[in-house]
Write a protein that binds this ligand. Structure first.
Ligand SMILES: *Cc1c(COP(=O)(O)O)cnc(C)c1O
Length: 383
C-alpha cells in the first residue's frame, strides 16, 4: 500500500484543516429567520429575546436565574462585584486557565492567589485548594472547567462550603457538562458563561451570562450590569455598576442553537474518542475518554516535543494552538513574581497542544489530522 500512503501524504500537504470553523460548528442551525425578526422588531439591547434566552439557559443549567451580560470576562467580573469582593482581598484561581479569571480579579482590585493544577484533570487540585484555605480565608474561589472537563465539584464544593467561601464557576468552556446529573454552572454560588463564537454554545459576536440560584445575587447582578439601576431607570441605587448587557441579536441566535447543544457536544466527544483510539500507541499523552462531565471544548494532547509537533502540523496545514502558553503567575504584566512556584502548571504550559475538534469537522479532516500527527512520530522515531 505504499502508493496509497504517498497519495494520502499528497492530500495532507494540499488540504489544510482549520483549527476552528464557525460555520461548520453551527451544526446546521440556520439563524437567518431569527436575525431577520430582530431587525424588523427594532429593539436591539435587553429585550424579549434576551429574557427568553435567560430563562431557557437557566432552565437548561438547572439554576433559578440567568443574567445575560456582554461577554464571559464581564460575567466573571460581575460575579465578583455581586459577591462584593473588595480591593486587596484574595481570590483563589488556577494559573493555567488563560488569565480570564485573573483579569476579573485584577479589575476589582483583588489579589489572585494561584493554586496548583491537578496533574490528571488539569483543573484545580483539591488538596492544593484545601491547603490554601487552611492558610487564609479568601473572598472567593474561581473554579475553571478547563477544556470542557469539569473540575472535581463534589470535593471542591464540600471544602469551600466548610470554609464559608463562595465558588465562582468559570463555565466558558463547559456549556452542558454535567456530573451526577448536575450541570456545570449549577454547583457554585455563581456560574459564568461566555458565548464567544468558538465556545461550545457560540453567538455571532460577544455574549455572556451568569447563572445563580441566589435571589439576592441575581438582583445585584441585574443592577450591576446596567449602571446600578434597580427600581427604575436613571435612578442609581447600587454602587459599582457598569454597562455590560446581552443584545437581542445574540440572544435570538443562542435561542436557536441551544436545543442542538447536547448533540453538538456529543459530536465533539466522538471526535475526541476517535483521536484517542488513533493515538493510543504514540508517545503522546491523550485526554481521558470523554464522559458526560466533559464536553470537549478543546482536544488537548501533551507532549514533551510540543513545539516540534506544532511546527510539523503547521507546515502541513493542520490548524493547532496552545491553551495556554504562559501561566498566569508568570505573565509579564506582573513583573518578576519569584515567590510563586507551580511546577505542574508550568510543565503543562510547556506540553499542551490543541488539535482541531468541533462539530462539523468531517471524517476526512479528522483522518488528515490523525495522519499528520502519526507521521510526526514515525519521523521522530526514525522508522
Ligand atoms: C473564553 C473564556 C473566557 C472569556 O470569555 P469572553 O467572552 O471572551 O470574555 C473566560 N474563561 C474561559 C475559561 C474562557 O475560555
Amino acid at each position: 500500500m505504499a502508493a496509497g500512503n504517498s497519495n494520502s501524504n499528497q492530500a495532507i500537504k494540499t488540504e489544510p484543516v482549520p483549527f476552528f470553523n464557525a460555520t461548520a460548528a453551527a451544526f446546521g442551525v440556520d439563524v437567518s429567520a431569527s436575525v431577520q425578526r430582530v431587525l424588523e422588531r427594532g429593539q436591539f439591547v435587553l429585550g424579549p429575546q434576551v429574557q427568553a434566552f435567560e430563562r431557557a439557559f437557566a432552565d437548561f443549567i438547572g439554576a433559578a436565574h440567568g443574567i445575560g451580560v456582554g461577554n464571559g470576562t464581564d460575567a466573571l467580573l460581575l460575579a465578583l462585584l455581586a459577591l462584593d469582593v473588595r480591593p486587596g482581598q484574595h481570590v483563589l484561581a488556577a494559573a493555567n486557565a488563560g488569565f480570564y479569571g485573573s483579569t476579573a480579579i485584577a479589575r476589582v482590585g483583588a489579589v489572585a492567589r494561584y493554586v496548583e493544577a491537578d496533574e490528571e484533570r488539569l483543573t484545580l487540585s483539591v488538596p492544593a485548594v484545601q491547603e490554601a484555605l487552611q492558610k487564609e480565608k479568601p473572598a472567593a474561589v474561581i473554579v475553571t472547567h478547563l477544556y470542557g472537563r469539569m473540575a472535581d465539584m463534589p470535593a471542591l464544593t464540600k471544602i469551600c462550603a466548610a470554609a464559608g467561601v463562595p465558588i465562582v464557576e468559570d463555565v466558558a468552556q463547559a456549556h452542558g457538562a454535567q456530573l451526577g446529573g448536575r450541570k456545570a454552572g449549577a454547583w457554585g454560588t455563581l456560574g459564568c458563561f461566555s458565548f464567544y463564537p468558538t465556545k461550545n454554545l457560540g453567538a455571532i459576536g460577544d455574549g455572556g451570562l451568569v447563572t445563580t440560584s441566589d435571589d439576592t445575587l441575581a438582583q445585584r447582578l441585574r443592577a450591576l450590569r446596567q449602571y446600578g439601576w434597580q427600581e427604575r431607570k436613571y435612578e442609581v441605587t447600587l454602587a459599582g455598576g457598569m454597562n455590560s448587557r446581552l443584545d437581542e441579536l445574540q440572544a435570538a441566535v443562542l435561542l436557536d442553537k441551544l436545543p442542538r447543544l447536547d448533540a453538538a457536544n456529543a459530536a465533539r466527544r466522538e471526535i475526541s474518542a476517535r483521536y484517542n483510539a488513533a493515538f493510543s500507541d504514540l508517545p503522546l499523552r491523550c485526554p481521558p475518554n470523554a464522559e458526560a462531565s466533559n464536553v470537549v471544548h478543546l482536544y488537548v494532547v501533551r507532549s514533551t516535543q510540543r513545539d516540534a509537533l506544532r511546527a510539523h502540523l503547521q507546515e502541513r496545514g493542520i490548524g493547532c494552538d496552545v491553551h495556554y502558553p504562559i501561566a498566569d503567575h508568570l505573565q509579564p504584566v506582573y513583573g518578576r513574581n519569584g515567590d510563586v512556584s507551580l511546577p505542574v502548571t508550568e510543565r503543562v504550559c510547556a506540553e499542551v497542544l490543541s488539535l482541531p475538534c468541533y462539530p462539523g469537522l468531517d471524517a476526512t479532516q479528522q483522518q488528515r489530522v490523525i495522519d499528520v500527527v502519526r507521521d510526526f512520530f514515525k519521523r521522530s522515531s526514525g522508522c
